[in-house]
Design a protein around this ligand. Structure first.
Ligand SMILES: NC(=O)c1ccc[n+]([C@@H]2O[C@H](COP(=O)([O-])OP(=O)(O)OC[C@H]3O[C@@H](n4cnc5c(N)ncnc54)[C@H](OP(=O)(O)O)[C@@H]3O)[C@@H](O)[C@H]2O)c1
Length: 271
């Protein structure tokens, strides 16, 4: 049995990196529909064709747009809901920008760049959650926000990016708390260091082969998108950490879900 059979998912930042890998793995796991978002529409069209060849039963909707623009967010949500009959089961807020590279210290950070990073990485997810909620409240839904260790530790030079992820952590906790008792759950995942364009731009002097490939960190996302995590909300996961143990799963199986309940929110581990 495929783990995402019948699921309808909306993934931002799907044109490359982690988002692209999530699109492939969600399709492979039987997702009925994928709404894929990025600014570069041509990349999404290519991806739709690739997924079509591998998983022809998955209805892929490519939506070109900028999650940092409220009008685009409005259109993206309307397009996905129209394509999926008013339902979306999974929202992955993955799209993100790093800001200027090399990364300036806060003292030198251009205000325009600072605002853009916050708009894309924080305001975009806030608006997307708000716009999808009416549909999710009726049918239930899993919201997964992609965070970073730079969202819990203030590293010099990680400026607006890190601050936006601090905000995303707070946004995630607050949405999860406010949605307690509903069928909508909110969790957030730090994927850990990955060999992607973003990380190569952030640390150009480092050897990217030391970082995980984005396709290797997708398992926790499948878990959170699936019904195996139906009672899990308000939790922070580390994709390259001990998340299976944290979730009460055995290392080779995602079936033995135990003990992670909404009521655990107040005592959730701070990875
Ligand atoms: N790479 C790492 O080591 C690492 C570590 C911790 C956390 N993360 C997080 O993991 C997530 C994925 O990162 P990644 O490394 O895969 O990044 P990436 O390779 O730079 O990909 C980012 C994606 O977001 C899209 N995007 C950027 N701005 C957008 C906007 N305004 N509107 C819509 N789409 C937009 C990009 O597509 P377009 O350019 O076509 O719009 C691209 O598809 C991010 O949230 C990142 O913060 C990454």
């Amino acid at each position: 049995m495929k783990r995402l059979s019948g699921k309808l998912a909306f993934i931002t930042g799907a044109s490359q990196g982690l988002g692209r890998e999530l699109a492939f793995v969600f399709a492979r796991e039987g997702a009925a529909g994928l709404a894929l978002v990025a600014r570069r529409g041509e990349r999404l069209s290519e991806l739709r064709a690739e997924i079509g060849a591998l998983a022809p039963a998955t209805n892929v909707v490519a939506i070109q747009g900028d999650v940092g623009q409220p009008d685009d967010v409005e259109r993206m949500v309307a397009t996905a809901l129209a394509a999926f009959g008013g339902r979306v089961d999974v929202l992955v807020n993955n799209a993100s920008v790093l800001g200027p590279s090399p990364m300036p210290y806060l003292l030198d950070y251009p205000l325009e760049d600072f605002l853009q990073v916050l708009n894309v990485n924080l305001i975009g997810p806030f608006l997307l959650i708000r716009k999808f909620l009416p549909a999710m409240i009726d049918f239930g839904g899993s919201i997964i926000n992609v965070t970073s260790d730079a969202g819990i530790t203030g590293y010099p030079g990680w400026g607006a990016y890190g601050i936006s992820k601090f905000g995303l952590e707070g946004l995630s906790q607050t949405w999860a708390a406010e949605l307690t008792g509903t069928a909508v759950r909110v969790n957030w995942v730090d994927p850990g260091s990955m060999n992607t364009a973003m990380h190569r731009a952030a640390e150009p002097g480092e050897d990217p082969s030391q970082w995980a490939e984005p396709g290797d960190v997708t398992e926790v996302f499948v878990y959170l998108a699936s019904d195996e995590s139906a009672k899990v909300s308000g939790r922070r996961f580390e994709a390259q950490g001990e998340w299976r143990k944290q979730a009460g799963l055995s290392s080779d199986s995602m079936v033995a879900q135990t003990g992670v309940q909404r009521s655990d929110f107040a005592t959730a581990d701070r990875g």
